[in-house]
Design a protein around this ligand. Sequence first.
Ligand code: FAD
Ligand code: MG
Length: 352
Amino acid sequence: MSQRNTDRTIHARNITYLSFFFLALFSFSSCKTSVAPQTEFVLGTVCTINLYDKGTQAVYAEIFDRLREIEAILSANRDDTNIALINSNAGQTATAAKPETLYVLSAALRYSEKTNGRFDPTIGPLVKLWNIGTEYAAVPSQEDISMRLALINYRNVKIDEKAQTVFLTKPGMKIDLGAIAKGYAADQIAEIIEKYHISRAIVDLGGNILAIGEKKPGVPWKIGIRDPETEKGGSILALDIRNEAVVTSGVYERYFIENGKRYHHILDPATGFPVENGLLSVSIISPKSIDADALSTSVFLLGENAGARFIETLPDTDAIFIDQNRKVYVTSGLMGRIEVLDERFKLSGELN
Ligand code: FAD
Ligand code: MG
């Protein structure tokens, strides 16, 4: 979207461009597909599933039904979901929670513990205040930010596993699982794909990629990591993956510009403002997509050094950091698996 007579430009997610975190997939020309890959707008983004030669209409239909079901339970953007009900009962009563809610919320709270509350699924009141990604996005007053900050604390989420309920202890609290639920959804799709013994597939939920199997025996998938400086940029890095998720959090997807300053959607629960630490994007590579999704946001919030140290403690998990100086840092497991495609970006070595 171009800047017009105003100094404020709003960049909202739009179905018209098909690459949300445009992670290009290279050279599939040799692959035969029985039913073409399918794309639908679900979870607030463009979701594309490619089952290659094993794709049937029935399996695609089951996958998209499950995505719509997950959205109908976990969305914080609708008023008819399990999350919306839990939020509307905040400060009043515990709410019966669906298994999906309990699973994803419990995982989110574990990441809150691990990041000392930088990752916080009770970020909802601030997300609604900033409205980033909508036409109403604007910098709020400090007073409004302070009022919302008082509502954000993951420790005030009470899960009763036995009763299968969730209670938010303060009125006005709101859960938002936007930083983790697409990851969960991708893992759920992987289970369906496994059930049908499909050994080769790509699940792309708005750039949140889960690669199943290999491109062909002995040959990994090649996934592109997009240019974080532009909204519709091409790939600047290529990465080899097998049976792994690649999830990116960045400043370039949901943001607006006010008075020449960019405000993106990853909010620091300490300040109430978008986190500013020189990073443009963080990509996480891990076996499970729910972890990659939660970690991409968590590590973005932690910053390069603390984030890399955290990743190095986790098995089979790696990260790519791209900063505002076009430097690319990777954790140790990625050496030899990554190729720079755009010479403006420099691979500056390993972080730990
Ligand atoms: P990530 O880095 O993975 O997550 C960033 C998002 O996490 C932010 O947008 C915010 O929601 C949240 N967040 C911000 N700061 C923190 C923090 N400190 N700790 C934890 N979380 C934080 N978008 C729409 O426009 N319309 C919709 O109807 C809609 N429905 C959705 C339904 C579902 C079930 C899901 C999962 C997402 C939906 N979305 C929708 C998108 C959603 O609002 C987020 O923008 C999106 O999930 C962000 O994902 P990401 O991978 O871009 O960024
Ligand atoms: Mg995330």
